[in-house]
Design a binder for this molecule. Structure first.
Ligand code: ADP
Ligand code: ASP
Ligand code: MG
Length: 487
């Protein structure tokens, strides 16, 4: 196990924190602040805002043979990156940077042409296309940092984040990552440089590019922090920290000052986009505090995620919502829930690599929720021997999280009274006892969240919640009602 490095901070900047030259300058100032305190930073950046979505669209267009569509999307990204580079860097460094950016885009265009010619997009090629987002942002940010006196040094994440051979959501190999970081990243830190690497991307042992799944840059930062036993991991984003709920849905959301690892993990798993669900684990293993901070409002103290959360007067800390879910009703046809029946059902989902979020059973039926409807016709086909299967999409899972649920008798009554005007489909109180979740129609989600928020956060505990700072922070875009669709 590597030795603790309390002076080392891993700073991850999300897409909005590197979306243009102004954002990258703010990011540089934040890193400068850490260095001024005598800390050493490793910086992990996402692709510039919306770039991964555009790359995905370009890959999809190429996959159906639409070469011109794919190249047009790539051309737009090329000018955006070149413009940002020109705004941030000058002199000889600018020519080098422009050369690198052009070279990367030439490689991307070749790849898109190849995909269009074949007319087939594999998971492996999708990962390669998506990797350009973080490859490019990290090159631009490193060059900007070098010029801003931060001794920025670009580090190719694919040399460090070693994964298994799966694509789309590759599994990191922690021992290999530690070795690679000790070899490639630590010497830079020891020379007082600031390594800048892309999040989200990695490579397998054969050197083939992989990705960690959407939102995976948080996970990359936690892997780096965990492997090098950093003093802290900072996740810089566009809101003041972990809020009581998504501020885009509920503008009254409050910043939560402290949450436990367990609460944060639960919250992320159940849909709070602010943190990737896998982020917490590497930090838990070494008890490294994680902070969620706002790059547009760096003075705000954000949210601290620690091993133990202080006690809270209210039962809940946060409300998460996960949309685009499907409920699958499985009605036993022959085996009538006999011994081994549940296993047979779950094995089918497992074979199709579809994860189940929630389960409820009755005498003859099982209902489960899944976050994809893509494989359901095949799953239904496989289950036909032992069950009748019906599925309905357009559902949302609402999850209330808090370690103090345990101590509050009659809490479910209060929850369901607050949303009595909404039709609830499935209910579960997790075994962990720190979440309560239920399924509703997607269209009811925003209303349910606001009602629950009014009910449980109108008299918040000042020790845990920031009563002054609301979601609308300086520089953040105004929040409009009604809520926009949030993923
Ligand atoms: P980044 O690009 O920095 O990774 P994300 O868009 O992935 O940022 O995550 C930040 C967004 O997560 C916020 O803008 C907010 O709309 C959303 N969000 C959802 N739930 C929460 C929550 N409980 N607290 C804070 N933000 C949340
Ligand atoms: N750029 C990737 C995404 O948009 C990873 C990330 O931003 O965390 O999903
Ligand atoms: Mg994110």
């Amino acid at each position: 196990m590597s030795t603790p490095r309390p002076q080392l901070v891993v700073m991850k900047f999300g897409g909005t924190s590197v979306e243009d030259a102004a954002a990258i300058r703010r990011t540089a100032e934040i890193v400068r602040g850490r260095r001024a305190r005598g800390l050493r930073a490793i910086v992990v950046v996402s692709a510039m805002a919306r770039v991964t979505d555009t790359l995905l669209a370009a890959a999809a267009a190429a996959g159906v043979g639409d070469k011109h569509g794919a190249l047009a999307l790539s051309a737009r990204l090329r000018s955006r990156h070149l413009d940002t580079a020109r705004d941030l860097v000058h002199g000889i460094e600018l020519s080098t940077l422009l050369g690198t950016v052009q070279h990367e885009f030439d490689a991307l265009d070749d790849l898109l042409r190849g995909i269009s010619a074949v007319g087939e997009l594999t998971p492996r090629t999708t990962d390669l296309v998506l990797s350009f987002g973080e490859r490019l942002s990290s090159v631009v940010v490193a060059a900007a940092f070098a010029l801003a006196g931060l001794e920025g040094a670009h580090l190719d994440a694919r040399d460090c984040i070693i994964t298994d051979n799966s694509y789309g959501k590759a599994v990191p190999q922690e021992a290999l990552i530690e070795q690679a970081l000790l070899k490639h990243a630590l010497p830079l830190v020891e020379r007082d440089l600031t390594p800048v690497m892309g999040g989200f991307i990695g490579s397998n042992e054969a050197g083939i590019t992989t990705t960690l799944g959407r939102g995976g840059s948080d996970f990359s930062a936690a892997l780096v922090g965990g492997a090098l036993h950093a003093g802290a991991i900072e996740i810089w984003t566009d809101v003041n920290g972990i809020m009581t709920t998504d501020p885009r849905i509920c503008p009254d959301a409050l910043r939560v000052k402290t949450v436990s690892f367990e609460e944060a993990a639960e919250l992320a798993y159940f849909g709070a986009k602010v943190l990737h669900p896998a982020t917490i684990l590497p930090a838990v293993q070494k008890n490294i505090p994680v902070f969620v901070l706002n790059s547009r409002n760096a003075a705000n103290e954000g949210t601290r995620i620690t091993a133990v959360a202080p006690p809270c007067r209210s039962p809940f800390k946060c409300i998460a919502v996960k949309k685009r879910l499907t409920i699958v009703d499985i009605v036993a046809s022959r085996m009538l829930m006999s011994h081994g029946y549940l296993k047979a059902v779950f094995d089918v989902f497992d074979r199709h690599r579809v994860a189940i979020d929630m389960v409820s059973t009755s005498e003859v039926s099982i209902s489960v929720t899944v976050d994809t409807s893509e494989h359901l016709p095949l799953i239904a086909e496989d289950l036909k021997r032992i069950a009748d299967v019906k599925y309905e999409s357009g559902k949302a899972l609402v999850c209330l999280v808090g370690e103090d649920i345990r101590g509050h008798a009659g809490i479910s009554g209060k929850v369901f009274t607050a949303i009595e005007h909404i039709n609830v489909r499935m209910i579960s109180q997790g075994a962990s006892e720190i979440n309560m979740s239920f399924m509703i129609e997607e269209d009811d989600a925003a209303e349910a969240i606001r009602s629950l928020h009014r009910r449980f956060f109108s008299d918040p505990d000042g020790e845990i919640f920031d009563l002054d700072a609301r979601a609308n922070t300086a520089g953040a875009p105004p929040v409009h009602m009604p809520a926009v669709a949030v993923q």
